[in-house]
Design a protein. Sequence first.
Lengths: 362, 345, 413
Amino acid sequence: MSTATGRGRRQLDTTAIVFIALAAVMAIGAILVGTVGRNFLSPGNIRDILTSMSVLGFVAIGQTLVILGASLDLSVPYVVSLSSLIAADTMAGSNARILPAVLAALGACALIGLANGLIVTKLKVHGFMATLGMGLVVKGYLDTQYKGTSGNVPWNFQLIGATGIGPVPISTLLMLGFAALVALYLARTRTGNHLFAVGDNVEVSRLSGIRTARPVIAAHMLCSVFAGLAGLLLASRLGVGSPTVGTQGGYDLLSIAAVVLGGTLLMGGRGSVWGTIGGVAIFAVLDNVMSVMQLNPFLKEVVRGVVIVLAVAIYTGRSIARRRARFGPDAPPPAPGPRDSARGPASASAPSPGHDAREARR
Amino acid sequence: MNVIRTLLSPRGAVFLLLAGLLIAVTVISPSFAEPGQLIRFIQRVAPIAIVAIGQYFVIVGGEFDLSMGSLITAQVVIAGNLIGQDAGRIFPVLALMLVLGVLVGLVNGLLVTLLKVPSFIVTLGMMLALLGGVMYWTGGAATGNPVDSFRQLGRGGIRGVPVIEILPYSVLVMAAVLAAAIWLTRTSFGRTVIALGDNPRAVRYAGARSWWVTTSTFVISALTATISGILLVGYAGVHPKVGQGYEFIAITAVVLGGVVLGGGRGWVVAAMAGAFALEALFTLLNFAEVPSTLRDGIQGVIIIAAVAYSASPLGGAKRKAAPPAPPQTSPPDGKEPVAPAHLGS
Amino acid sequence: MRRKAVMTLAVGAVAALALVGCTTDPTVTGPGASTTPATTGAAAESSTAPSTPSTEWFDQAVYDEQFAQRSVTPEGPADKPYLQHINAEMVSTAKYKSTGAKKACFANASISNPWRQTGWITMNEQLKELQKSGAISEMETRDAKDSDDTQIADIDYFINEGECDVFIISPNSTAAMTPAVERACKTDKPVIVFDRGVQTDCPVTFIHPIGGFAWGIDTAEFLNDNLQSGDKVVALRILPGVDVLEQRWAAAEKLFKESGVEAVDYFTGADPVEIKKIISDELAKGEVKGIWMDAGDGAVAAIEAFEDAGKALPVMTGEDELSFLRKWKDTGITALGPVYSNFQWRTPLLAAADIFAGKDVPKEWVLPQSPITSADLDSYLTANDGMPDGHYAKFGGEDLPGYPQIWQKRVIP
C-alpha cells in the first residue's frame, strides 16, 4: 500500500497547488471586477460561475478517468449532444418518462464508451484516433437523424438546471456529488486502483497480474456516461435536445485542458478528480471575469490560451523539482522504459495498451 | 513474397489503402486517372501532405502539434493583409511569415522542453492565442486576397508540360519538402528524433541535446504550416476558415501512415501517403455522391478501421516489444523502421 | 487472440456502420439514412411520421408568408431601410415610456462570422449616436460564442446583476433560448429580440428581415430562370442544423425539384479550400451550370475553381459580401446577390429608444430584404469602395459618424 499512500500525498500537493492557483485567479478577478463597479461575490455572479462549472465539470470528471488510464476522449462533444437529444425526445414533455429517458440516454452513452474502450484495448487503436473517429461516427448519426433542436423536456426536469439553493445551483451540487463518488471509486475500488496502475505502466500492471483492458474499458464507459450526464443537464437547461450543443461548448479540448490544469498527467497514472474540479473552476472564473469586463471575444481566446499554458507551467515546473521522489520509496516499480514525469502526452514509452505485444500474441 | 508481406504490414497498409481508394475513384469516374486530372489531385493534396510531413517529425519525436491549423490561418491572413495588391511587398512579407513560423515553433518547443508543459497543452494554448490574435487584429475579416502573382505559387504552374499539360508549382514545392524531409531523417538529427520518441531518457544519457532536437521538430512543423499557408492562399484565397482543422487532418494522416502516436516509430513517406489516402477518401465521397450528412460518419469508420488494421496482428504488426528498443536499433539511415513483423511473426 | 482481434474488428466496424447508417430510434423513421432528399425538405413525410421529434425545416405556411412579403412595399422612411417594416401590427409601448438615458443589455449569440462582425460594428456606431442624443447611457454586452448554454447564463446574469433598462437579445438558437427570454420578460423591462426568433411572443418586438425562405425563393427562382431543366446546380452550404441556413436550403431545394434542376448539396464549413475541392470534383465528373450558396463568403473560391479547370463560368447566387460582388463584376457572370439584411443590427437600439419614447413599434418588425441584381451591382460597389472583402454591401451605416473608417479598419470593440 506504500505506493497508494505515496500517491495520496502527491495528489494532495498537486491539488493544493491547483486550488492555490484558483484562489489567486479569484483574487485578481475580484479586483478586476471591482474596477468596473461590480461585486465578484454577489449571488448573481457566484451563480454565473457555478453554472458554467457544471456542464464542463461533468465532462471533465469523465475525461479525468480516461486520461488516468493513459487514453483520451475526443468524442465527448458529440456524445453530449446525442444524450441531450435522446433524453429530450424520449421525455416528450411527460414527467412519467423522465426515468426511462435518463436511462436510455445514459445507456446509449455507455454503449459508445464501451465501443471506445474496446477499440482502444482490443484493436490497439490509440485513444486519440479511436475517439476522433467515433466522434465523427456519432456526428454523422446526429447530422443524418436530427434536424436542429428536438424533443421537449418537462418542467420538472428543467428544474434541475434552473433551481438553486441560495446562489448555488443544484446542478453544481450534483456535479460535485458525482465527483466525490468518482474520487471514492478511484480510491476504494479495485478497478479504480488498477486504472492508476495501468495508466502508469501497462506492462508492469500486466506482469503483476492485472487484467489491463478492464479498467481502461470501464474508464471509457464512465467517461461517455459522464458526457451523457452533461448532455442531460444541458437538455434540462435548454428545454430541448440539440445536435450542436456539445460542439458549441468545445468540450473535447476544454475538458482535456481542465484535466491537465488540474494536475493530472496527460500520459496517465497520476492525478485526481478534485484537481480537475479546480481546473474547471479556474476556467469558469476566468470566463466570468472576462465577460464582466466585456473583453473583446477574440482577445478572450488569446487570454485563455496563455492562461492554459502558464497555469500548467507553474504546476509542471514544480513537479520537476519533486521528480526525485520517483526513485524514493514512493517510486513505482522500475519500469523497462522509465519515463520522464513531465513530458508530452504521447511521450515515448507512454503506456498505451497498443504497446503490449505479448498480450496481443496470447 | 516480400512485396506482399510489406503491403500487408502496417507500413504498407497505407499504400494499399491509397491504391484501393484511387482505384475506387477511377471506377466511378474514369477520367480521374488521366494524367492531367491526377496532377490536379496531387496539387490539391500538397498543402495537407506538407503539414503531414511537419507533423510527422513532431509525432515521431513523441509530441503533438495542435497549433498548425491556427498558424496556417494566421499566415494566410497576414499574406492577404500585408501584401495586398503591392507585388513589391511579396518578399519582405514572405520573410516576415517565415520569421513568424520559426518564432511560433520556437515558443512551442521551448515551452515543451524547458518548462516541461505537455505539448498537447502548449500547442492547444498556441492554437487559441494565434487564432484569437489574428481575428482581433483583422476584426474577423481580412482585407482581401493578395496580389495574383503571389497566389500563383498555390494556384498556377508551369504550362505546356507534355502529358500533364500543367505542372503545378505546389507539386514542386511538395516534392522539395519531401526530399528535405527524407534527407533530414537520414541525418543524425533525424535518428535522434526517432530515438527521442522511443526512449527519451536513453537519448539524454547518450549526451544528445534533446531539448534542442525537440524544439527543432516544432520549428519544422511550424515552417511546414507556413509553407502550406502560402500554398493555400494561392489555392483558395484569404478567409479566416482556411487552415481550420488542419491539425487534426495532419495527425490523422500521419497515424494512417502507420506512425505511432507516442513516437519512436514511423516513416515520413508513409505519413505523406496517409495524407494522400485521406484526401483520396474525401474525393471518393465527393464522386460517390454520398449524402452530405453521412460523410463524417463514413470517414470516422474508415479511420478507425484503417488504424486498427495497422495496429492489429492481422496487419502483421507487432508493436513495440516489451523492453523498449535502445536508440541504436532505430532505423539505420532513416529508411523505413525495421519492420516489426520480423520481430514478432 | 488473432482470431479474436479479427472478430472484434469486424464487429466493431459493422456496429459503427450500423450506428451511422441505420435508424435506431423508431420514432425517427424514413429512408433518411440512404438518400439525401429524404433527410431534408419532404414535407409530406413529417406529417405522416407520428410524433416526429425532429422538425422538418420546410414549413409551407411560413414559406407562403415570406413568398408574399417579398413583393410588399415596406412602410417607413424611404432612405432608412433599417426603420422600414412590412405588414406590421403596431403595439403600444406607453407603459415603458420614461425619460432619461437608459442602460441597454445585449446578449449576443456571437461575432464568429463576417456577417455578424459587420453588423456588430454598425450596432456600436449606432450606440454612439444614441449616447450622444441622450437616449441610451451605455450598452453592456455579453458574447455567448455560439453557445446556447452560455447565452442562457448570460441572460440570467443580466437579470440578476445587469441593472438593465432594456434587454436586447440576438438568440443563438430558437427553441433553446425561449425559456431564458421568458425569464427576461418577467422582469417587466422591455425585451427586444432580433435576427433569429424565439417561440414566445413576450418580447415587445421581434426584429428580422423577411427570412430564410425568402432567400431560398429569390435565389432558386433566379437559377431556375437562367437554367434549363436537367442542368446541374451545386449547392454549397455551411453546416447543418442552423435554422436560418436550413430554411434557405429548404425553400431552394423545393423549387429546384419543381423545376427539374438537378441540385446536389455539400457542407463546406465556409472554408474556401473545401469549396474549391468540391467544385473541382464536380467539374471533373461533369458539367456544372449553377452554384447556389446559403452564405456568400467563400464564393470567390467557387468561381476560381471554374477558372482553373478552364470551364465556362456558372450562373451563381452568392451574397452581398464584397468579395463576391467584386468577383462578379470582374468576371461578368450571371449572378444574384441575395441579402440577409445586415442593417438589421441598427434597428434594435433605435427600437429601444422608440420604446422609451412611448412610440408604437411593430410587434413583429419585418425589415425589407431585397437581393442585389446586376442592375444595381455597380452602385453598391461604388458606395462600398475601400471596404474590406468581408464587408457586407447592405450594412446600412453610411449616415453614422464613424463612416467609413470604422468599417474599413473593422474596429471591433
